[in-house]
Design a protein around this ligand. Structure first.
Ligand SMILES: [Zn+2]
Ligand SMILES: [Zn+2]
Length: 138
């Protein structure tokens, strides 16, 4: 069911809100030990966005940026701790699927780093599972 209304999302406490004006792409879950810590769960559930399509509609200065590696960071709500988006430099690279309101319009297309997933993580669904990174796209 196609919809023309923009995607919206935000954190749990509602202080930080955003809108995304283009369909999400490349939705993936990474099960590596780093993503398990950062997302406090089985791994990430994350989709890349069309560059420039995310607009902060509330609480942009309520975010805290946690820089994991030089040039790469994750934005959290500093009050409730919800993980919101990944940043490449100053630009929003993608969003956590859990921060989107309702149906994000995409399905997970790959599970990454399944070779190092948690012992209690039993992945379901039809998306392909990769031991480490997914093969490069053509
Ligand atoms: Zn919050
Ligand atoms: Zn990972």
């Amino acid at each position: 069911m196609a919809t023309s209304s923009p995607l919206t999302g935000g954190c749990h406490c509602g202080r930080v809100r955003f809108r995304i004006d283009a369909p999400l792409r490349a939705a993936r879950s990474c099960h590596c030990s780093r993503c398990r810590k950062i997302f406090s769960g089985a791994g990430s559930a994350y989709a890349e966005i069309v560059p420039g399509s995310l607009v902060w509609t509330a609480g942009a200065d309520e975010r805290t940026i946690y820089s994991t590696t030089p040039g790469w960071g994750l934005a959290f709500c500093r009050t409730c701790g919800s993980t919101l988006c990944g940043l490449a430099g100053d630009e929003v690279h993608g969003v956590t699927l859990g921060s989107i309101d309702g149906d994000p319009g995409v399905q997970l297309e790959a599970h990454l780093f399944v070779g190092s997933k948690a012992s209690w993580d039993h992945i379901g669904g039809d998306a392909p599972q990769y031991h480490e990174h997914a093969p490069a796209r053509r």
